[in-house]
Design a binder for this molecule. Sequence first.
Ligand code: SF4
Ligand code: ZN
Length: 305
Amino acid sequence: MKCTRCRKTAHVALPSHHSGFCADCYPLFFTKQVETAIRREKMFTRDDRVLVALSGGKDSLALMLELKLQGYDVTGLHIDLGIPNSSDKARGKVENFCELNGLPLRVFEMAAWGLPIPDVKEHIKRPVCAVCGKMKRHHFNRIAVEEGFDVLATGHNLDDEVARLFANTLRWDTAYLSDQGPVLPASEGFVRKVKPLFRLSEFETANYAFLKGIEIHSDPCPYSGGASFTGHKELWGELEHRSPGQKFQFYQSFLKKGKPAFAQVEKETGAELKPCTECGSPTSAEICSVCRIRAAVRESKAKAE
Ligand code: SF4
Ligand code: ZN
């Protein structure tokens, strides 16, 4: 196969785009997809301060590098979860990457905040990943709001989005279906959230990270029972193989037709939010669930001592 752009031997075939690219031209394809996402969805401009959530994985680091190369004002934010033999490695990759590329980075330590994730695992009966995800979302939003960033960008790719949409659809979860998408607008206490990689598959992002020589953290978290939505991703991999372009079509059609309908349902039934009396984050209760979890862990630890 020949490169669609320069006619040299193609390094990667992209059936869903009816094209293929050599190693030199591939990053240009990637750049174009990110540019299109940002422009069409009006994600941010070069005047905005963009906070990028960095886990150390391929998606977040590829996103950070690409936004920097496109001239955006980016700052990385890494959350050190305090998980032994894992968090220090992820943090090391993020710190090295930012240093190497001259990128500003903030690190927030869950242990210093009084709630390393191992404590959640030990003292809270709920699945650790549900609580960990909630904590991460909470602190990404809180720090973005407190430090005056215009937008929070995450590295979610098309496969992540389709797998999540599929899971939400299987449950007909109207609350999640009403606000899933590449842009979540800002509202009282919430920064705007964007996913500039939503047009690119996991394979396409991995390819970019590889060609750019990005050193990523790829060890699985010791608490994960496997990557999230693995079964759904495999299923969609099969569908995509049979009919290239299906994933993107499913997602785009949802944004156009499904999401507005679910948003209407939620507008009629959604709960009102007010600031948490402990941390100020928006919540429908007196104290937000993150502050309640932290208090429950403290109480359980005190009892155990
Ligand atoms: Fe947190 Fe679970 Fe992800 Fe580990 S696998 S980082 S515990 S959400
Ligand atoms: Zn709170």
